[in-house]
Design a binder for this molecule. Sequence first.
Ligand code: NAG
Ligand code: NAG
Ligand code: NAG
Length: 360
Amino acid sequence: MKLLALTPALMGLVAFAQASTITYTTVTGFFLQDETATDASTFDYTAVNFGLLNRTYPADQKLKHAKELTQWERFYNQVEQLNDESHSDIEYKVLFLGRHGEGWHNAAQTYYGDAAWNCYWAEENGNSTATWMDAELTDNGVDQALVAHNFWQKEIDEQRIHTPDNYFVSPLTRTLQTANYTFTDLKFPKGAAKFSPLIKELFREGISIHTCDHRHPRSYIHDLFPEWPIEKGFSEEDELWNGVTAETSAAQDVRSTTVLDEVFFTSASSKKDSFVSVTSHSGEISSILRVVGHRTFSLNTGAVIPVLVKAERDAKAKATTTSVAWTTSAHCTVPPLTSVTACVCPSSAVPVTTPLVTDV
Ligand SMILES: *[C@@H]1O[C@H](CO)[C@@H](O)[C@H](O)[C@H]1NC(C)=O
Ligand SMILES: *[C@@H]1O[C@H](CO)[C@@H](O)[C@H](O)[C@H]1NC(C)=O
Ligand SMILES: *[C@@H]1O[C@H](CO)[C@@H](O)[C@H](O)[C@H]1NC(C)=O
C-alpha cells in the first residue's frame, strides 16, 4: 500500500477543530487517583478497589439498607443522584480510562532506549523479528489485559459494580485487543449493557511520526472484530498520520475535547448511561485528564482508572472553529549513536523530516 497523498491541511501543519461549548471538571473526593499524595508510578488499581475511597456519601441517607450495600453500589447511587438532581445542561459520568497492555512498540522502546527509538527505530515499521507499525500486544500485554479481565470479574462478583453502559475504543490494534481480552467472556450482572465497543478515531494515541501511531485500514479493523461497531465517517485509510508532522499537546487536547463532546449529552438517556469505558493510550489518557482538569496521572501499561467528570453545557454559546498547528520532527536515516541521550545522528547522516518508510 502506498502512503496517502498528503492533504494541504496537513502539509500546512494546521488541523482545524470545533471549539467546545461544554466545560469539563473532575469531581474529586471519591478516588485515590485524584489526590496529589497518590504516587501514580506504584499505583495498583487491582489492590485498591479501582481507587474508590472508603467513605459515606450524602445520597446514602436516602437508602434503606445502606449498610448492606457495597462501596461501589453506594457510589453508583451517589452518581445517579448527582445526575437526577442537576439541570439538564449538567451531566456526570464516570470514565473508566484503560491503557492498553504492553505492545511491541513499548518493548522496542525499552530494547533500543529512548534516544535511538525516537530518532530512528520508531520511524521504521519494525526490525527483522518484530513489527510495531500499529503494534500488537506482546504476550505480557495480553496477560495485563487478562489481569483487567479478572479484576472486573472480581468487582462484579464481590462489589456488584455497575458495569459500563457504553464502551469506546481507539482504532489502534493494541487497544482493540486489550478491550477484547478485558471484556469478552465476563459474567456480567443481570441487565448490564452488552459489551459492544464503538471504535472511535479520536480516541487514538497522540499522532507522532512514529509508525506505532499509524492505524490499519478500516477493513482490517472490521475483519479483526467483525461484530464491533465502527463510528460513522470512519475512513478506510488513516488520513491523520503522515510520518512527517506530529500533533502538539495543544492540538491533541482540542481533539480530546472533540471526542468527549461526542460522549456527553448524546441522547435523552445520556444521564442514565453514566458509567463509560474508554480503552485508549498513555498519551491520549493524559490529554483527556488535562481536558477534564484532573491532576497528571500516568498509567502503567494495562492499568485502568475511573474518574468522575462533570460536564456543563452552555446552550447559548456558539461553537467556533479554531486552528491548531502541528509540527515537524526531525529524525535520522540510520540508527543514531546509542551513547547519546538526544537525537544526534552520526555525522554522515543529517536529520531529515521526510518519512523513512512509505509502505505499510
Ligand atoms: C477500602 O477498604 C477495603 C476493605 O477494608 C480495602 O480492601 C480497600 O483497599 C480500601 N480502599 C481504599 C481506597 O483504601
Ligand atoms: C526487535 O525488537 C524487539 C523489541 O520489540 C526485540 O525484542 C528484538 O530483539 C529485536 N530484534 C533484533 C533482530 O534486534
Ligand atoms: C478476543 O478475546 C477472546 C477471549 O479472551 C480470545 O479467545 C480471542 O482470541 C480474542 N480475539 C482476538 C482477535 O484477539
